[in-house]
Unconditional design. Structure first.
Length: 397
């Protein structure tokens, strides 16, 4: 069998919620041995989030495959000592506590790099490890609000809107993964580890793209445009005669000409109001009204056939019920089921990345709380069964 690209890399995962666990799940998908270290008794906070299946959180399971779970009672100094012992042979440690929490346990960056100079310590937080806001609590929604992304989301005559998922958390997890891989590569040259500092607010602002330069260079403040593309037209969502919604992206001049052919309205391409991108933007409402009148006469299937058949990008606005049956996603194994010892068969998203020579896979179901405590301590620290039982009896594990 072909090896996984991160086979042999050992990761300590002290993170919880979404951003950190998403980062470590990606590392696990790539073959790293990820040890999820959780609070004794309670575990990762997400274990208590609904929905549940046979008492197990589907929310938690969506983010914690390809990991092993152990529990440590960090209020006990012996648990902190065990963590420091594990750090000696770890390649990566990922945490997303509020800055200063790890330092208070004697496990800050300066402490851990003394123990293991090759360690990569990846730290995710709301605002970063430094700066005037570093001690503030930060979550995905806070980053959406503070970054300006909420101001850009929603209809012009409505309030700012949160996105339908925690995309800043996921983006931060991907940035953390990318930076961790870069640090591992740099270590091959320097022999030294380093600290990775990823902030949710930074990640959110990175997605503003032209909103920053438009503000600073032009003095113009972008705001909400609903589903209408702010740079080209027609590019919007329309309601079909069957009641379904379709997104049509035909803002370039060639694509607009194809759309007019699909509509049987080639005259629109010659109309001075719609002759090029600039004037179509100025007359977007009038153009969209014409398109909507045509779309009203079609079912979703008829609209997709006509528009897609003309070579114009379009898609039905899918519900989750549509997504889990999408033949393209099923072909690429993006909707999969994993067998869990307590919850049974659990559906989740598949491995997103595809490598031709080092294929990635789901090797482990999301772990039960503390499922691998004894196993990991025997492997990583060569503790005997008696030592493990003593630590467990003393409430350390």
């Amino acid at each position: 069998m072909k090896s996984s690209p991160l086979q042999g890399i050992k990761v300590l995962d002290l993170s919880r919620f979404i951003a950190g666990p998403h980062c470590t799940m990606l590392l696990g998908d790539m073959g790293a041995d990820v040890i999820k270290i959780e609070k004794k008794g309670a575990g990762d906070d997400s274990r208590h989030f609904p929905p549940f299946q046979n008492g197990e959180s589907l929310y938690s399971m969506a983010l914690n495959r390809n990991k092993r779970s152990i529990t440590l009672n960090f209020r006990d100094k012996r648990a902190q000592d065990l963590l420091r012992e594990m750090v000696k042979t770890a390649d990566v440690l990922v945490e997303n506590f509020r800055p200063g929490t790890m330092e208070s346990m004697g496990c800050g960056w300066d402490d851990l790099r003394e123990i293991n100079p090759r360690l990569i310590m990846t730290r995710l937080s709301g605002f970063g490890q430094t700066g005037p806001y570093s001690q503030r609590p930060g979550f995905d929604g806070i980053a959406q609000a503070m970054s300006g992304l909420m101001e850009l989301t929603g209809h012009p005559d409505g309030p700012p809107m949160l996105a339908g998922t925690f995309y800043i958390d996921y983006m931060s997890g991907m940035y953390a993964t990318t930076a961790t891989l870069a640090a591992l590569h740099a270590r091959e040259t320097t022999g030294k580890g380093q600290m990775v500092d990823v902030a949710l607010l930074d990640s959110a602002v990175s997605m503003l793209t032209t909103a920053i330069s438009t503000q600073v260079n032009k003095g113009l403040t972008l705001t909400r445009t609903g589903n209408r593309d702010r740079y080209s037209s027609p590019a919007n969502v329309f309601k079909t005669g069957s009641g379904d919604f379709i997104l049509i992206l035909s803002g370039t001049n060639p694509l607009f000409k194809r759309l007019t052919q699909a509509m049987g309205r080639e005259d629109l391409a010659a109309d001075s109001r719609f002759a090029n991108v600039e004037v179509r933007l100025q007359n977007a409402s009038a153009l969209e009204a014409i398109i909507q009148e045509w779309i009203d006469t079609l079912t979703i299937d008829q609209a997709l056939e006509a528009i897609s058949g003309a070579g114009v990008p379009c898609a039905k606005v899918a519900s989750p019920a549509d997504v889990v049956k999408n033949p393209q996603l099923l072909h690429r194994k993006q909707i999969v089921e994993v067998e869990h010892p307590m919850a049974g068969r659990v559906a989740m998203s598949g491995v997103t990345m595809h490598l031709s020579e080092n294929p990635l896979s789901i090797r482990r179901a999301p772990p039960r709380l503390g499922e691998h405590t004894g196993e990991v301590l025997r492997e990583w620290l060569t503790l005997s069964p008696e030592q493990i039982e003593s630590l467990n009896s003393d409430g350390v594990l």
